[in-house]
Design a protein around this ligand. Structure first.
Ligand SMILES: [Ca+2]
Ligand SMILES: [Ca+2]
Length: 229
């Protein structure tokens, strides 16, 4: 009997895995919800970069960071869902960031605020009263562009859909390649050092060690990565 059960468990596990293969990823909140999940944020990535999502609940008692999540560029399932509890007189602030330069953590950020009112019809199911979908794509210019599409006040199931197309500047510059020749080598370390000495402003993708600054440490980090090769 035990064998049959474990076989069954294995079968169920396999089918559950195949079912979730193409499913959206549900992100766990950092604070417990109170059962009245009336809102849902869905982030749909259409850009091969990490996407940083922060959702903060703003109340009169203070701000609560419910989500602080990076959707990795190389993750298999990237459509991510963030459930939100409905509360009157509460706002949420969402920040979505995409790094402008490949391999850096310097996020260009879009910020928006919205309310999720408490709705009576809602249960603790997957149904949310207020759905906010953010489609995250690439912009050809160096600006962040956003376009909001509201699909009416509420549909027949009293679900309010708000869809926002976000376009981020995504440049192909390589981290560390400050002289833009497609390679990261000692010339870049030299260019950073000389830029600092001469007081020339260096591009943000010169931040090789990812600490948010471009300085002599990046030249050293490039030099040391070359020696390691
Ligand atoms: Ca270079
Ligand atoms: Ca740095």
């Amino acid at each position: 009997m035990k064998k049959i059960i474990s076989g069954l468990t294995a079968l169920l596990t396999v089918s559950a895995l195949s079912l979730t293969a193409a499913a959206n990823v549900r992100i766990e909140p950092k604070y417990p919800m109170h059962g009245n999940k009336c809102g849902m944020v869905t982030v749909v990535p259409d850009v091969e970069r990490d996407i940083h999502v922060v959702i903060v609940q703003n109340t009169i008692d203070g701000d609560y960071k419910y989500y602080d999540e990076i959707i990795p560029a190389d993750a298999q399932d990237r459509v991510s869902e963030f459930a939100l509890e409905g509360k009157d007189d509460v706002l949420y602030t969402i920040t979505i960031g995409v790094p402008k330069y490949k391999g850096t953590q310097q996020y260009e950020e879009y910020t928006d605020k919205f309310g999720v009112p408490d709705t009576d019809e809602m249960t603790d199911s997957d149904i949310a009263g207020y759905n906010f979908t953010f489609n995250v794509g690439k912009n050809e210019t160096e600006e962040i562009a956003s376009q909001i599409t509201r699909k009416g006040e509420a549909d027949s199931e009293k679900i309010v859909q708000t869809e926002t197309a976000l376009l981020f500047p995504v440049l192909e510059a390589i981290k560390g390649d400050v002289n833009n020749d497609g390679k990261v080598n000692v010339r870049d370390a030299a260019a950073i050092a000389s830029g600092i000495v001469k007081g020339i402003e260096l591009p943000p993708y010169g931040d090789f060690n990812g600490d948010g600054k471009v300085n002599i440490r990046d030249a050293a980090a490039i030099a040391s990565s070359i020696t390691k090769k």
